[in-house]
Design a protein around this ligand. Structure first.
Ligand SMILES: Cc1cc2nc3c(=O)[nH]c(=O)nc-3n(C[C@H](O)[C@H](O)[C@H](O)COP(=O)(O)OP(=O)(O)OC[C@H]3O[C@@H](n4cnc5c(N)ncnc54)[C@H](O)[C@@H]3O)c2cc1C
Length: 343
């Protein structure tokens, strides 16, 4: 199947039906942290281990180009680490915000849909992160560097501000209840529609069918731990429900802090959790076969059966395409794969 891509172009999102010209922002919360002090400490540790201490001042500006040159002269494999720490250090904060708003009239939407949001003369699409059963409507917005709207939403928005809201729209929707298990794959703010669907699934009892629990899996990818939207909530849900499996996958965190969790792409990590009895017909390349070798030991035989799941994927187009290709190769029928790309 083809990734269902939407355009953020104003002509599309501005043509949606108006919900509110003046929805009131009630809460804005930064989900990520300013980690510059932590990064400097980490650099100092690396520097003393590899002998480039002279390049890292205790405070004040860091000359990243000098650090890079000194570090890689000592140890070439430090190049990606220093590059990642530099990018994170220089990143504006906040880069990930939760925005809650109230409209004058309640409005209906389905879990997984998006709204068009107009603020300061710009309109963009944002997925609804809250369940239709929740009292407040919530969005989760990532700063796109130099982005015309997301930067303003991250930097300026505060309670009491007004947004024009249109919609809802979008076809990334849950299938009718069935005995199939649910697999959600997302990167970054692609988790917003997934959170809406997961909250809705548990709030309405769709996590069971005919008295049987359905396994609900969430594979969520990001670079850094504090870039995982709703990490604490999903962790708490996994503690509460033995059939909710939350698998965070962090590509860079281990370079900064103790991270012993997954570091690969979400679709690669998914492989490790597939029930191997269901894989006779799967089409594997070398890379996927390698992933299959690295499967966690389990006390009980739980695992994803590709023939008995529905899969929902969301994130940037290229990432969603990778996720979709991987689950198709595993044998998930294309009509059970629902994907949305953010552009
Ligand atoms: C259906 C749908 C749902 C969406 N839901 C969310 C959501 O829940 N949370 C969220 O944060 N965003 C979401 N987006 C993306 C959002 O609509 C905007 O595209 C994004 O906020 C950037 O807008 P901007 O005005 O800041 O950047 P612009 O000024 O429009 O773009 C600046 C530059 O960044 C590039 N760019 C645009 N979007 C992205 C992106 N997402 N990542 C990387 N580069 C980009 C552009 O190509 C351009 O070069 C969604 C998009 C769609 C289509």
């Amino acid at each position: 199947m083809t990734v269902r891509g939407f355009t953020s172009q104003p002509e599309k999102v501005e043509s949606l039906p108006i919900i509110s010209e003046s929805a009131v922002v009630t809460d804005v919360v930064a989900l990520d942290r300013d980690r510059r002090t932590e990064i400097r400490e980490r650099l100092r540790t690396l520097a003393s281990r590899h002998g480039f201490e002279g390049e890292i001042p205790r405070d004040g500006e860091i000359d990243w180009s000098a650090v890079f040159t000194a570090a890689t002269a000592k140890q070439r494999r430090l190049a990606p680490v220093i590059g990642a720490l530099r990018d994170r250090y220089l990143r504006e904060h906040p880069a990930l915000v939760k925005v809650v708003f109230e409209s004058e009239q309640p409005f209906d939407f389905a879990a997984g849909q998006y709204l068009s949001v107009r603020y300061g003369g710009r309109t963009r699409a944002y997925s609804i992160a809250s369940s239709p059963t929740a009292d407040a409507t919530e969005l989760c917005i990532r700063r796109v560097p130099d982005g015309r709207l997301s930067v303003r939403l991250c930097d300026e928005l505060e309670p009491g501000d007004r947004l024009a809201i249109r919609g809802p729209s979008g076809d990334l929707l849950l299938e009718d209840p069935s005995d199939r298990d649910l697999v959600f794959l997302a990167t970054g703010t692609g988790v917003a529609p997934m959170k809406s669907m997961i909250d809705y699934t548990f709030a309405t009892g769709r996590d069971t069918f005919a008295g049987q629990k359905r396994d609900v899996w969430l594979f969520l990818g990001a670079a850094w731990k504090d870039d995982l939207p709703y990490h604490d909530q999903f962790t708490a849900m996994a503690d509460e429900h033995d059939h909710f499996h939350y698998v965070p996958c962090l590509s860079r965190e281990a370079w900064l802090s103790r991270w012993h969790g997954e570091t690969d792409y979400v679709q690669d990590v998914l492989m490790k959790h597939v029930d191997e009895r269901a894989l006779e017909d799967a089409v594997f390349g070398y890379h996927m076969a390698e992933m299959m070798e690295d499967r966690p030991e389990r006390d009980e035989p739980i695992g994803i059966d590709p023939h008995a799941v529905e899969v929902y994927a969301c994130g940037l187009n290229a990432m969603v395409f990778g996720m979709e290709t991987a689950v198709t190769r595993l044998g998930v029928p294309s009509h059970r794969i629902h994907a949305e790309g953010y552009g």
